[in-house]
Design a protein around this ligand. Structure first.
Ligand SMILES: [Zn+2]
Length: 130
């Protein structure tokens, strides 16, 4: 399995591309910070036709992924600001909260893309050759 670039899971996750063909967009608006459209997804991939909601309420499971990313983020912020820089509790907690607010829309999206990536795998032949 590739770890970087097209054909790898991190590529699909960080770019919010279709997990099957790595070309189609999963979200209607590519910018997660346009909050009104943050959660609007295409029903299926415009390039390979992959269904983005394989079953009803599929993305409930993405909440667990979101939780895992949030915990990882908290640990990272705590280690950097609380341990490494040596801030006291409240500035560190404030930084945690601020980081979560700022990264919230992005985390929401990568959680969904990650979750779909658990079930759908890259297929180099999915997209028509150009
Ligand atoms: Zn696709």
């Amino acid at each position: 399995m590739k770890l970087i670039g097209k054909g790898s899971k991190p590529f699909s996750i960080t770019t919010a591309k279709c997990p099957k063909c790595h070309e189609g967009e999963m979200f209607v608006d590519p910018n997660p910070y346009h909050l009104r459209n943050m959660d609007k997804m295409h029903a299926s991939c415009s390039v390979c036709g992959q269904d983005y909601e394989p079953e009803p309420n599929f993305y409930y499971g993405a909440m667990y992924v979101s939780y895992a990313y949030t915990v990882a983020l908290f640990v990272a912020v705590y280690v950097i600001f609380g341990v490494w820089i040596g801030w006291s509790m409240w500035p560190t907690v404030g930084t945690l909260a601020g980081t979560l607010v700022v990264l919230g829309p992005y985390l929401f999206r990568i959680a969904r893309v990650t979750y779909l990536n658990f079930f759908v795998h890259y297929d180099a032949d999915a997209a028509p050759k150009s």
